[in-house]
Write a protein that binds this ligand. Structure first.
Ligand code: FRU
Length: 488
């Protein structure tokens, strides 16, 4: 610059665009995740009670079925919904991933179908049967989602349509999945309880059983109480509302290395701050998995990065994201930037959901020990747990709750006892009993057991609901309630 001229000051960086449709994406950084408590540091604030027994046989949430991911019918504003009988009695509804309990527990994801149950006290549940008893159910199987009861009594079910097989009109009285369960299509199982792959359909990681995940919406029915049962009257209409785009969110074709991608677990709500309808979901960061690298913002601040050891080449294969989409016009949905990503930290941020409290947005999700990236002792710190963050808006600059984001962990002597946590209003947190029967062995032992033992170590039923207190930047486990309890 000319002599005497003051140097031009560097322009102020633009503030991050934290509107819901904005570009800011928060990170669960490696620096934050390494704050997760080590085993010796885990306390009663987060450690769940040991599961020593669980309902069996006819006492299970659904007799004759394995049940795992479960969610209640809710209102758009995130409260538990009730369907009213003519005499005014309120009925609660739960929707479950389910499969006949003759199926090996490890094969359940390949056959999952939606069933529901109902209750007048929010504690004891009556089986309602198939949620979609007939019609065109999308996907060869259905994974987790959410369900809304609207003011006019109509119902929307958001679910994951997984796989392409038979993705057309379903003949007969029941779903594709029913036919698989009762017929011989289920086929031989591999030693680890998975379906033996059939001839390849072109997707990586699967060889015949498609793993492409789309977010689907079913509506067109009303919830009613008829003769003391909740029923859905009308005809379900199913359509895919969201697909991974490859840029913001990884597609199945881009999942070319490492663990399988996700585009699933839609959780629908109306944001009180702007009145718009959104869906949160489990995703991975867009782009070819094998080409991704750990970026400075994934790792932490400059001082932390300066002290980092060598980065394992498998770290960027872990690039979990919590996705967001907005309804732009009735029935039209648009992908937005992820709310939170965890590249080089964690591959699967499952079943994301929100609790609004004291003007803050609490973001919760589940993850597995084995889905943490291999760095130092990160996998030892990670648990089959519930994780959470708090921000002051939907696209907040989220801060991890407690230490590193750990809200609930399984007991150290029984790490695989439960999974798939859902924090409801008031801090009631549902979960399912996974494999408590293997004690402190690694999950990989299950597939080495004879089939009857695989069934015996697995719960496949709702566990006792836990109550957590949520306040500021921390949570605390306060009590254990009844099996499947959703109302205090
Ligand atoms: C969590 C989960 C979900 C998925 C389902 C498939 O338990 O992995 O993300 O919807 O299980 O069974």
């Amino acid at each position: 610059c000319a002599p005497g001229n003051a140097p031009t000051p560097a322009p102020e960086p633009a503030p991050p665009d934290t509107r819901p449709e904005g570009t800011f994406t928060d990170r669960w950084t490696l620096q934050e995740a390494l704050q997760l408590p080590a085993d010796a540091e885990k306390t009663a604030q987060t450690t769940m009670p040991l599961i020593t027994s669980w309902p069996q046989g006819a006492q299970k949430t659904l007799p004759d079925q394995w049940v795992w991911d479960t969610w209640p019918l809710k209102t758009e504003d995130m409260q538990i919904a009730t369907v009213r009988a003519a005499d005014g009695t309120p009925y609660y509804v739960l929707i479950h991933l389910s499969v006949d309990d003759s199926v090996l527990p490890g094969a359940r994801h390949d056959l999952a179908t939606l069933r529901y149950s109902y209750s007048t006290d929010g504690r004891s549940w009556q089986p309602g049967g198939y949620l979609f008893p007939e019609g065109v159910v999308l996907g060869s199987r259905n994974w987790a989602g959410s369900a809304l009861l609207k003011a006019d009594g109509s119902v929307e079910v958001y679910y994951t349509a997984t796989g392409e097989r038979d993705e057309g009109p379903v003949q007969g009285p029941s779903s594709v999945l029913e036919r698989q369960q009762v017929g011989d299509v289920q086929g031989p199982l591999t030693a680890d309880g998975q379906l033996v792959p059939q001839s390849g359909s072109g997707f990586p990681n699967e060889g015949g059983i498609g793993f492409e995940q789309r977010i689907a919406l079913a509506d067109g029915v009303k919830a009613e109480v008829v003769n003391g049962r909740v029923v859905f009257s009308g005809t379900w209409k199913h359509r895919v509302i969201l697909r991974a785009d490859g840029t913001l969110y990884q597609t199945v074709a881009q999942s070319d290395a490492g663990p399988l991608y996700g585009f699933r677990d839609p959780w629908a709500f109306r944001n009180p701050a702007d009145g718009k309808r959104y869906v949160l979901f489990t995703g991975n960061m867009g782009g070819l998995k094998s080409q991704q690298t750990c970026q400075p913002e994934d790792l932490g601040d400059a001082a932390f990065r300066a002290g980092l050891g060598a980065l394992n080449a498998e770290m960027p294969l872990h690039n979990g994201a919590i996705g967001l989409a907005v309804e732009t016009a009735p029935g039209a949905w648009k992908l937005l930037n992820p709310l939170l990503t965890a590249r080089c930290v964690n591959q699967e941020l499952e079943r994301p959901h929100l609790v609004m409290k004291d003007g803050q947005v609490y973001l919760f999700f589940s993850s597995h020990i084995g889905k943490f990236a291999p760095y130092g002792d990160l996998r030892d710190r990670g648990e089959e747990g519930l994780y959470g963050f708090v921000g002051d808006s939907l696209r907040g600059d989220y801060a991890p709750l407690n230490r590193g984001g750990l809200v609930l962990n399984t007991p150290l002597t029984q790490r695989y006892q439960s999974y798939s946590y859902d924090v409801l209003p008031g801090g009631l947190t549902t979960l399912f009993v996974d494999v408590p029967g293997i004690g402190n062995q690694d999950i990989s032992v299950v597939s080495t057991l004879p089939p009857e033992e695989q069934r015996a170590v697995f719960g496949g039923t709702l566990g006792k609901t836990l109550k957590i207190d949520i306040s500021g930047r921390s949570t605390a486990l306060v009590s254990e309630l009844n099996y499947g309890q959703i109302i205090p």
